[in-house]
Design a protein around this ligand. Structure first.
Ligand code: HEM
Length: 192
């Protein structure tokens, strides 16, 4: 496995973890009960949401960090922090960096939730949606071989991201349609 393969796998894993984290967040906001519905077991969705957030942050920081060790093309630290002049597809990389900064902001403000207060935390948490758009644009359009900037959209990694986008899009539509209703009254939320 080359360093470029490792970078691509870390990027795909970061996208997968971020997608699962988004889906878990949507389930929590719908007050989904894993006891009442599938898989009819006691599962702590909050803990899963927290752990997938930690995994996402570790993976999304390590993915661009690997680029610094490539011989060709050469990425400077500046090309990672603000990739406007990065080799090949600079604007697609800017989308990746934008997603990274937004997700870090959401993550850090979640850790500081009790200090910043729930209303501000909640508003900042909605930044996951623009972050998801940016990271999906980046994940689909990057050329994993760093050759000509024309990715093969039927490549296994790209198909994985395409399926994830469809699932997340469907979940967001369901969430918007059920706004204000959820799957059970707020008072019985303790059965999580
Ligand atoms: C500073 C931020 C970032 C930079 C500079 C960057 C750069 C790159 C580059 C150069 C590639 C093409 C080479 C490769 O496939 O390894 C790539 C691909 C990719 N990146 Fe990023 N990225 C950043 C952030 C992110 C984030 C936050 C995610 C997801 C959470 C992500 C997910 C992906 C995915 C899924 C691929 C495609 C892998 C494939 O098609 O096999 N990237 N990125």
């Amino acid at each position: 496995m080359t360093l470029l393969d490792l970078c691509a796998y870390l990027g795909l894993a970061a996208t997968g973890a971020a997608g699962i984290n988004l889906l878990l967040g949507l389930l929590i906001s719908l007050r989904y009960s894993p006891v009442r519905y599938w898989p009819h077991r006691q599962i702590n969705l909050f803990a899963l949401h927290q752990w997938t957030a930690y995994a996402t942050v570790v993976l999304l920081l390590s993915h661009p960090a690997v680029l610094l060790f490539l011989d060709k093309p050469h990425f400077r630290l500046f090309d990672i922090l603000l990739p406007i002049q990065s080799p090949l597809q600079p604007w697609i990389n800017v989308a990746g960096a934008g997603a990274m900064y937004l997700l870090l902001l959401v993550f850090i403000t979640s850790l500081l939730r009790s200090r910043i207060g729930r209303p501000l935390w909640r508003k900042l948490h909605y930044l996951v949606f623009p972050a998801a758009i940016l990271l999906f644009i980046h994940s689909i359009l990057t050329d994993p071989d760093l050759k000509d900037g024309h990715p093969d959209l039927l490549d296994g990694g790209k198909v994985f991201v395409e399926i994830l986008i469809l699932v997340c899009f469907a979940a967001i539509v369901i969430r918007v349609r059920m706004r204000g209703k959820g799957l059970r009254p707020a008072s019985s939320a303790s059965a999580r």
